[in-house]
Ligand binder design. Sequence first.
Ligand code: ADP
Ligand code: MG
Length: 604
Amino acid sequence: MNVLSKLYPYLYKYRVQVLLAIVSNILLSVFTVISIPLIIPFFKILFEGGAADIPVVDQKGLSDAQIYIQNSFTTLIETRGKEGALILICLVLIGVFFLRNLFRYTALAFMTPVRNGVVKDLRANFHSKLLDLPISFYSKNRKGDLISRATADVAEVETSILTVIEALFKAPIIMVGCLLFMFYISVKLTLFVFVLILFTALVMGSLSKSLKKRGVDIQSSLGELTSTIEESINGVRVIKAYQAEPFQKEKFETSNYNFYQFLNKLMYRREMAIPMSEFLGVTTVIILMWYGARMVFAGELMPEIFFAFVFAFYQVIEPSKLFANAYYTLQRGEAALDRVLEILNAPIVINEVADSVEKTDFNSEISIQNLSYSYEGALDPALDQINLTIKKGEIIALVGPSGGGKSTFADLLLRMYDPSGGNIEIDGVDIKKLSLRSLRALFGYVSQEAILFNDTIEKNITLGAESSPADLKSAATIANADSFIADQTHQFETVIGDKGMKLSGGQRQRLTIARAVLRNPPILLLDEATSALDSESERVVQESIENALQNRTAIIIAHRLSTIQKANKIIVLDKGKIVQTGSHSELILEEGIYKNLIKMQSFD
Ligand code: ADP
Ligand code: MG
């Protein structure tokens, strides 16, 4: 029942519907139980043929209950006549079955929004949690596996756990009702049946025992499968260019085959359950018939009452099978739920302090003291004891060999990670004290690769920010994007394809610059915005960067001399340390990394 407590917060929201479903199920059970004795007079009239008189029954072997049922129906037949009694009984039966099925439907109907709602809420929480989790989380988890948890595992929660929960509302009530009726008719026969049921439940239970472990295997192997598909789609261009199709196909084949085998094993077991339970069920009924028939011969049981008893027993079989399975079905569902909750409960290590400050302006300086950062498991720190002050209005260029720690520095400014040592202050306030929203709103960030969504140009630039068409237009103009946007079939309404694949590299980069400029942030943070471009689009993007720099503070990670020369201060980062600082004209005279970097560039 541990699993119920895990799911409780999700179910609680739908408590009204759950309550209504329980009430419906109680009514369903009541009408199921009522319908059972009603078949007695029906059979009684049939067995005794059209004879007008009612034979006097030898009552000495019968229980009091049987005598009572017997007598009350005899009275009915006597007052109404056989025909009349038959019609009355038939009408009542129809009515009872109508009500029984009506409540069966309302029970299901009330549960439907609960089942689908729990799944919807789980998915929504999962998705928003994905957005709240820090960047570091994504270095440790595979995308495909996460997608699989959000879809397949959540679906498994619905099919196993919620099905069991639904059944748990219904099964016990029907079982208790039927068993009470059975006890009422014959204690001896009911006890006999009890032993049979227990035996069946044990056999069925042991069969489903191994289903849980298989469930875990299946869900995680499905995650692997999804990951490979996702990687194939993302990497299709490289896979083709390097003729890596066979390699990728084989990789997929392996996880696909694993999945196939796990699924086979699960299904062999699961499919065995159906014929086996039918066989066990029928055997039980036959044994019951044999035993009951002997009681009828011995005069201890009326045949028509025996029929009703068998009918009641038949109603007990299904729910008791369900109970036998419930525990293990729950466990299988719990395995899936755990995979979902593992993400939902993953720690968000980048937290806001309780009384976080909203900072909307940048007035004096960013000051960085003894800043260090080490990635988890890395031997050397990516940043080591960085000290730096960036004054308002300055343009700072960060240069240095690849792997020097430049992107890490940008990530720390945006608080994608928290420093391992030292701190960053903006206007004298530690960035950890700012709300994440207001900290990040101070920066217009352009990442190393252009990150675009399969949406319109406008939506890609605004990303949800409120903006007038004039703002949009001017951001596009500053980013040098206005002319190519005008050439698109639907201008700002043009959908640019997955990751912006319908645009050229330079066009993509210019959209990301327009995005950074649109919100008019006081500080621009550009991470090698031109590194992936050919020289012509680089020149255009360069121009758009220069436009964007007007009247702003900027931190530019760059490797092109043209960008660097504009900087007030150049910082050379190597192996996580600042090795040189100064202006271009100063640094070019020093022996060192900067001079070598410039020498390697052929354009000047
Ligand atoms: P740059 O942007 O200057 O090329 P980075 O800041 O990206 O350099 O990387 C600095 C160092 O940190 C490199 O040695 C790199 O291997 C390492 N690194 C970068 N990102 C990660 C990560 N997510 N996990 C572990 N190590 C990383
Ligand atoms: Mg980088």
